[in-house]
Design a protein around this ligand. Structure first.
Ligand code: SF4
Ligand code: SF3
Length: 546
């Protein structure tokens, strides 16, 4: 086993078992699936030259890649099914292409790969195609890995968009192109720089599709106060990122006396008009994914995991957990076809909250439409000097130490500055009362990691309003990463030419010193230091009020 795709990676790479709980068999099967996808993509790219586009192939590729993202699926059987399906799709596409274009053969072994019949043999096949660090051509390998991980991020966004009916062939075509490129050992460093930046460009498109899918289906989020307490009654907790799963759960629980709570990245869903209209969609419970062992153990109802980040469920609450969509854990009940009745039945068996538990409220729903709605006030605030600076403190949370930086950073941001945030890293500070500047809250929750497009649109709108480039705005990005969606977002920011990004808590281990140097030279990307040092550098040594 070798895996280095996330920030939780053990020194240099996870080699026996993942720090995330991924076992070596699942790691090998994920690698084999990616290998099989490369073979499928050879045909998908070839087919496109003759106008043969198979949407089933495209949607499969995106779902399969998303399944290999950190903390999504840990079930070996599900990967066996996906690998076999991938090869069946490849053979069917090959036939279509051959009947239209004549004989099409590729010399690459992936084009003719036949999966073993027994899972143990498949694991061996996977181990044989695992990409390990390449000392001869380390920089090329580093950019190839960066692209693969960015591609997994694109796949996540494209998957969420496609389930809501939004698809764009440019996204699918790039996914296949990039996968095919990974079989081409002739590509140079320059080629890979181009492919990696293209990954950022295409990710912007995928995020735009998802934004259109979410806002088109559920309306633009509006500022909404979300209770952190609980009310007496049966309960279901919904975690992950998928809005449609949540909507279906809301519909299927109507009139059943069950209240629905969000967990982790589901918090911003409270801001969507078409979701918040359900009277039994109550509040938010818990914080970010890495605290789920403690939080799920205490939750008195059923728990549905719609996407990442799933951790090994403890025995004490395993029976209460249900996975759906691409998520899986061996032995945990998987919901198929969005029929949530097993989770509903479990919620009705469990005690639920036996009394009202009052708590704080937090605000969410400051996505692009809401922020642009008060653009005049914001611009006026900047012009008058009432708002000195904006900080986008955004990205993933995680289990490794060093992430208190983000809590401390936000606490130390001067009172004349506004903090924009998104993704699960916000749980380090989401319930802090930072007050407001002339009616504009100082802490604005834009949404999930899936809403990074919204943050980019806000930055672009500000740059238009002030007639300067994004890099000239009084805006600094202080980002935290964990999984591969963050890699895709980072590539998008680089594609947009955004400089001076601060990244933490550690830099990706798959970046070689030369690749890192390239990023520093061209984008001035830097690792986080201490909140005090970073704040005074950003604010140019201006005195920082407590
Ligand atoms: Fe290790 Fe992260 Fe890979 Fe899990 S996903 S095996 S923690 S690098
Ligand atoms: Fe978080 Fe997993 Fe990345 Fe969605 S839930 S941001 S880590």
């Amino acid at each position: 086993m070798f895996c280095n795709q996330c920030e939780q990676v053990a020194q240099g790479g996870c080699i026996k078992i993942g720090a995330c709980g991924k076992k070596s068999d699942v790691a090998a099967l994920q690698d084999l699936l990616v290998y099989a996808l490369k073979g499928l993509s050879l045909y998908a790219v070839e087919g496109r030259t003759a106008g043969i586009v198979d949407r089933k192939v495209d949607e499969f590729a995106v779902s399969a890649l998303f399944s290999t993202l950190t903390n999504v699926n840990f079930d070996p059987e599900r990967f066996v099914t996906l690998i076999n399906e991938c090869v069946e799709l490849r053979e069917a596409l090959k036939k279509k292409i051959q009947s239209a274009m004549g004989n099409t053969e590729f010399s690459e072994e992936a084009a003719a790969f036949v999966p073993a019949k027994i899972i143990g043999e498949m694991v061996k096949q996977g181990a044989a195609v695992t990409i390990t660090p390449n000392e001869v051509n380390a920089d090329v390998a580093s950019l190839e890995q960066t692209t693969l991980y960015g591609l997994k991020g694109i796949a996540a966004y494209a998957y969420h968009a496609q389930v809501l009916g939004r698809k764009d062939d440019a996204v699918y075509a790039y996914v296949h192109e990039a996968l095919r490129s990974m079989l081409n050992k002739e590509l140079t460093l320059e080629n890979w720089v181009e492919i990696a930046l293209k990954c950022g460009e295409v990710n912007l498109k995928a995020m735009e599709l998802l934004d259109a899918a979410n806002t088109g289906t559920y309306g633009h989020p509006v500022p909404t106060a979300v209770p952190l307490g609980a009310i007496k009654g049966k309960a279901i907790l919904v975690s992950g990122h998928d809005l449609q799963d949540l909507e279906v759960i809301l519909k299927q629980t109507e009139g059943k006396g069950i209240n629905i709570y969000t967990h982790g990245e589901m918090l911003p869903t409270h801001g969507y008009p078409e979701l918040k209209k359900y009277p039994h969609f109550y509040g938010h419970y818990g914080t970010a994914w890495q605290n789920q062992h403690m939080e799920f153990a205490k939750f008195p109802g059923a728990i549905v995991m719609t996407t990442n980040c799933l951790q090994k469920p403890h025995d004490s609450y395993r029976k209460n957990v249900f996975t759906c969509g691409l998520v899986g854990w061996p032995g945990v009940t998987h919901i198929s076809g969005r029929d949530f009745s097993p989770a509903i039945a479990r919620a009705l068996e469990l005690p639920g909250f036996t009394a009202d538990t009052p708590g704080k409220t937090v605000m969410t729903g400051f996505a692009r439409n809401a922020v642009m709605g008060v653009a005049d006030k914001v611009i006026e605030g900047v012009k008058s000097g009432a708002i000195r600076h904006f900080f986008l403190v955004a990205g993933c949370d995680g289990a490794k130490p060093g992430r208190n930086y983000y809590t401390e950073f936000v606490e130390k941001v001067p009172k004349d500055c506004v903090v924009l945030t998104l993704a699960c890293g916000k749980f380090r500070f989401f319930d802090k009362d930072l007050g407001d500047i002339g009616g504009i809250p100082r802490l604005l929750d834009i949404g999930q990691c899936n809403d990074a497009y919204s943050a980019i649109q806000i930055a672009l709108a500000l740059s238009k309003a002030f007639n300067v480039g994004v890099n000239e705005l009084p805006l600094s990005m202080v980002l935290s990463w964990y999984e591969q969606k963050a890699v895709a977002i980072l590539l998008t920011l680089l594609y947009l030419g955004i400089k001076d990004i601060r990244l933490g808590p550690t830099l990706p281990s798959f970046l070689t010193p030369n690749v890192l140097d390239f990023l520093v030279q061209n984008y001035n990307i830097k690792p986080i230091k201490t909140p005090d040092e970073d704040l005074s550098e950003i604010l140019k040594e201006e005195p920082i009020e407590a």
